[in-house]
Design a protein around this ligand. Structure first.
Ligand code: NG6
Ligand code: CA
Length: 519
């Protein structure tokens, strides 16, 4: 691709758009033929390395994701920066390691916006290059500046960090407020029935998961015993907003339709869509037409549902004639978990399915399965199908996509790996800092260092090995992808070399970081 030509053309298009006043969310009437590729990021929530057929799953069918994986580049060393949601999403959008921001950890629904509104972000960069930018799905990066009035316009949020259009849930499906927010306004809110949210105490007279088990259609296992919405107990208390509350079983369809509508509205101009699926995060609530289809219980069913949504979304791209001009990246915010706080048969019906594949650990873990995730780059007619072992991370997307669209911008921690992502090079990252619940590990080449950390080796509630140990651990992933052989004592020279390289990036203060999420 001729980048300098692209850059000039981008400037030309940008000026065209500004002068035509096309920065609204109205459908574009005139046809603007452009060489700027559309960019779509499909971001799953808690989808594991082993949850996808193309990555080796045999007990679960994911034909639509497999089609992208087998028709594009399937990365075997693709990473989220973190083993939980908020920090990974922060890194994805800002190209900055989340441990540089002390507040980048799993946020309650009432948390203020985590991203500084003056910071460069992926949508802002693309908008500056002439793109229309949209997000549909899970946000979980905070909203407002402290005390959010959910009955008023909610700001700052996605629209203040670069998105022209947003249709989101504020935090997670298991956290209040359980409503959709479009461009800063709660959808379907009745002003006579205002929303109140409190993460500390319940509103008087309101039932809760803890006190009213008789009202529950899904039982809580740990946490998740505050307000009850649709028979599902949540994290946090909510009052009012009855008409605005989402129906959990319709969420996948709702987001899909919003994503499809976004494509149709913006098909005649370059666009960036961040389609952030809610599956397979808890509570797992497949639409009835998917319930029971996987044989693995609701967790399997919602993966089948997510796969179907991805297929429908891709069909719309094709029908709108956009497929050959759209770069599609599909990945996940962190690794898998079975019991994440509800009794939903994820453990009981697992059978032979291995959500982490051959990797050790899972969500919340410093072991590989916490952060190594499905990572697929697809571009019909442009990218040749292949499997790549190059190391890539979501923190690199901003710098890489910047290069693709003719911008010189490079983020603080992201590398420009566009050649790797287009399949023209196998030269990925050399080093990467990995994070799990505020603690950090380090990969360099084939080696991984997990420093010594206080805390339980296993989180018993979720039954996942966290990677905490009294002594540092060292693994060679080329020989030992499942991290079964700790080489820290037998290869002391490598260990000290790794510590040195790690501290060069991370400094010294990683040692005292407390595990704030799971005690
Ligand atoms: C944890 C929740 C878990 C999930 C997670 C966020 C409890 C006990 N556990 O605190 O269920 O909501 O936060 O997941 O409340 S993430 O994928 O958004 O990071
Ligand atoms: Ca997640």
């Amino acid at each position: 691709m001729n980048l300098s030509y692209l850059k000039l053309y981008t400037l030309y298009l940008a000026s065209l758009f500004f002068s035509c006043g096309l920065k609204t969310d109205q459908p574009v009437q005139q046809s603007t033929v452009s060489t700027l590729p559309n960019v779509v990021i499909i971001y799953a929530d808690d989808l594991g390395y082993g949850d996808v057929g193309a990555y080796g799953a045999t007990e679960l069918k994911t034909p639509n994701i497999d089609k992208l994986a087998n028709g594009g580049i399937r990365f075997t060393n693709g990473y989220a920066t973190s083993a939980t949601c908020t920090p990974s999403r922060y890194a994805l959008l800002t190209g900055r390691y989340p441990w540089r921001n002390k507040n980048a950890r799993i946020l309650p629904g009432t948390a203020p916006l985590l991203i500084d509104t003056s910071r460069m972000t992926l949508p802002r960069l693309l908008r500056e290059q002439g793109y229309h930018t949209g997000i549909v799905g899970k946000w979980h990066l905070g909203l407002g500046e402290g005390q959010v009035n959910w009955n008023d316009h909610i700001s700052p949020g996605p629209n203040e960090v670069g998105f022209d259009y947003s249709y989101i849930m504020a935090a997670t499906q298991d956290r209040v407020p359980t409503v959709y927010i479009q461009n800063g306004n709660v959808v379907g809110l009745d002003p006579e029935d205002p929303i109140e949210i409190d993460y500390q105490k319940n509103f008087s007279g309101e039932p809760s998961g803890k006190d009213n088990p008789e009202l529950l259609k899904m039982k809580w296992h740990h946490g998740h015993n505050n307000s009850i919405v649709n028979g599902i107990p949540r994290i946090g208390f909510m009052k009012g907003g009855t008409n605005a509350k989402w129906v959990d079983e319709n969420m996948a369809d709702t987001f899909l339709v919003k994503a499809q509508e976004y494509l149709k509205r913006n098909q005649n101009r370059p666009f960036f869509l961040y389609y952030a699926l809610q599956q397979p995060h808890v509570p797992r609530t497949p639409h009835p037409r998917f319930a029971g289809t996987s044989g693995l219980g609701p967790r399997g069913d919602v993966i089948v549902e997510a796969d179907w949504c991805i297929g429908e979304f891709m069909k719309t791209l094709e029908q709108e004639g956009l497929l050959e001009n759209t770069l599609v990246i599909l990945t996940s915010d962190n690794g898998p978990v079975l019991n994440d706080g509800y009794y939903d048969d994820a453990v009981e019906k697992l059978g032979n399915h291995m959500p982490s594949g051959v990797l050790r650990g899972g969500k919340y873990s410093l072991f590989e399965a916490g952060t190594r995730v499905p990572f697929i780059v697809y571009w019909e007619g442009k990218i040749k199908p292949m499997v790549s072992d190059a190391m890539v991370c979501q923190v690199d997307l901003l710098s890489s996509i910047a290069e693709l669209v003719g911008s010189n911008f490079r983020s603080e921690d992201g590398e420009n790996l566009i050649d790797v992502m287009m399949g023209n090079s196998n030269h990925g990252r050399e080093e990467l800092v990995l994070e799990a619940t505020s603690r950090t590990a380090f990969r360099k080449g084939d080696w991984v260092l997990i420093p010594a950390y206080d805390g339980p080796a296993v989180n018993k509630q979720v039954n996942i090995e966290l990677g905490n140990a009294k002594e540092a651990m060292l693994f060679n992933l080329r020989e030992d992808i499942s991290q079964q052989h700790n080489l820290a004592t037998t290869n002391a020279a490598k260990l000290s070399e790794m510590i040195q390289s790690f501290e060069k990036i991370r400094g010294q203060d990683y040692k005292d970081v407390e595990d704030l999420e799971l005690k």
